[in-house]
Design a protein around this ligand. Structure first.
Ligand SMILES: Cc1cc2nc3c(=O)[nH]c(=O)nc-3n(C[C@H](O)[C@H](O)[C@H](O)COP(=O)(O)OP(=O)(O)OC[C@H]3O[C@@H](n4cnc5c(N)ncnc54)[C@H](O)[C@@H]3O)c2cc1C
Length: 454
């Protein structure tokens, strides 16, 4: 090991932290994961990851990266009771209230409740000889050299016992503390410029509940997903999950949030653009209380636009970009970020933070961010600029969604893009472009317009 690769510190031991630790363990003698929660041996919900009470589905590309970094990971989840199906063929998607054509895509979907998936990733990281966990510690601040050009470690406070402070030194610190990351405040304290941010107010409300079913209203499918759209800004993700349970997240945008009382929740579900989920619930038994989550704004921290940044510090995961959760991108982006980290660790010397952030933006974040930002701005009351380029992207996506109601090859191309297997420009290849235009025309001719709100 190089002299500058003795110890790496990962701040936050959730999904992004675990993927990062896996890659760091190949390059550092010691990798320490710090978290305010108890992690090792935890099997249920935890305070530090409240979104874990809601559906956290991993896209195709995330599962592929997880399997690359942790061979056998999918088999382990299946052995633990997770169902599997084809990512396109087994999922009943509705866009604009209309079902899209389906065919098997050849990639697996493996729906798992968030704590179960996190535990499986963590158990694989735990056994890596370089890795150890420092739990029940609050990360207080970063320590630096006197000229503040290099991060040298962190100051922690123990959350149990006499709440002692401790200093931990490291050659590299990676912030994966999620959306509430204190790095922007720390940088300000250290005299660095403000971190540029992009924010879009979507005022999203989630409510999640679990059920057992008396029969199979899915009729062999794995999930039913009516996506919210401007005429009906309410949507849902209804999916089979581990050990015979069913997980339902219902959501509404712009303050139109699902209620948490049972009767009100059923009424909200009945108002969705398609009846499938309400019908399925007629034979379902709730096994817990509905739980809510409020997600006010999407948030992207533009570290790649900074001109000065301390050495020895990188940021990954929700701490850098917090996507609209409806589109299920966060964990896949966290997985892909670990691959970018690996590329930078394969270079000689310590990682260059600004070069890392530029590659993250270009190779990992831009495509999913731009795609779903355009979708969010389809809702007229979501504030934000709508320049001609964005309007063109919105129109093209509308054509793709219309064409997918007629042509399963368009569905496959679209879901490969949404699943981050292909970049969005794959939809613009001449042969696919022709299918999109012909399919959209056929959809218009068939009169398959947007469904009225129920
Ligand atoms: C409602 C909701 C639903 C979502 N659904 C999906 C989905 O379907 N698919 C998907 O891919 N993504 C989804 N996401 C995003 C996904 O949950 C995250 O992308 C994923 O968890 C990776 O986040 P992370 O590891 O960067 O941060 P987090 O998961 O937020 O974890 C941060 C960690 O840092 C620790 N921490 C924070 N501050 C401190 C501190 N000061 N001291 C010590 N420890 C600290 C916390 O305890 C926690 O363990 C959803 C998000 C939300 C909010």
């Amino acid at each position: 090991m190089d002299v500058d690769r003795r110890r790496a510190l990962v701040l936050g031991g959730s999904i992004a932290g675990l993927f990062a630790a896996r890659v760091l363990a190949d390059h550092y003698e010691e990798v320490i994961i710090v978290d305010r929660d108890k992690l090792v041996g935890t099997d249920g919900h935890r305070r530090g990851r409240p979104q874990g009470r809601h559906i956290n589905a991993m896209h195709v590309r995330g599962l592929l990266v997880a399997e690359e970094l942790f061979p056998g990971f999918i088999d382990e989840m299946v052995a633990d009771g997770c169902p599997t199906g084809d990512y396109a063929g087994s999922v009943r998607w509705y866009f604009n209230g209309r079902p899209i054509k389906r065919e098997r895509i050849g990639y697996l979907a493996v729906p798992a409740r968030a704590p179960l998936m996190e535990r499986h990733l963590r158990e694989r990281v735990q056994v890596l000889p370089a890795v150890r966990f420092l739990e029940r510690r609050d990360i207080v601040d970063l320590t630096t050299t006197t000229d503040r050009s290099q991060v040298t470690g962190v100051r922690l406070r123990q959350l149990d016992g006499d709440r002692q402070e401790e200093l931990v030194e490291a050659d590299l610190v990676i912030d994966t503390t999620g959306r509430g990351s204190r790095t922007p405040a720390q940088l300000k304290r250290l005299g660095y410029p403000r971190v540029p941010e992009d924010r879009t107010k979507i005022d999203l409300g989630y409510v999640t509940q679990h059920y057992v079913l008396k029969d199979d209203p899915f009729k062999g499918d794995l999930a039913i997903i009516p996506v919210a759209y401007p005429d009906s800004p309410r949507g849902a993700i209804f999916t089979k999950t581990d050990n015979g349970k069913v997980e339902l997240t219902t959501y509404g945008l712009l303050g139109d949030h699902p209620p948490t009382d049972q009767e009100g929740l059923y009424a909200f579900i009945k108002s969705l653009a398609v009846p499938d989920i309400y019908d399925a619930l007629q034979s379902a038994e709730p096994i817990d209380e509905p739980v809510a989550f409020h997600y006010p704004v999407t948030l992207r921290r533009r570290y790649e636009r900074m001109h000065r940044f301390p050495d020895g510090l990188l940021v990954i995961g929700d701490a850098i970009t917090s996507f609209n959760p409806v589109y299920a991108q966060g964990m896949t982006v966290a997985a892909l970020s670990a691959l970018t980290l690996r590329d930078h660790l394969n270079l000689p010397g310590p990682p260059d933070p600004l070069a890392f952030f530029r590659d993250m933006a270009k190779d990992v974040i831009d495509a999913p961010w731009d795609m779903t930002h355009a979708v969010d701005l389809n809702f007229p009351d979501v504030p934000g600029e709508r320049p001609p380029k964005l309007r063109m992207a919105q129109r093209f996506l509308a054509l793709v969604q219309a064409a997918a109601t007629q042509d399963e090859k368009v569905t496959t191309a679209y879901l490969r893009t949404a699943g981050m297997v292909d970049r969005p420009d794959a939809l613009m290849r001449p042969a696919m472009l022709a299918r999109v235009l012909l399919g959209a025309l056929a959809a218009a001719r068939s009169g398959a317009g947007r469904q009225p709100r129920r």
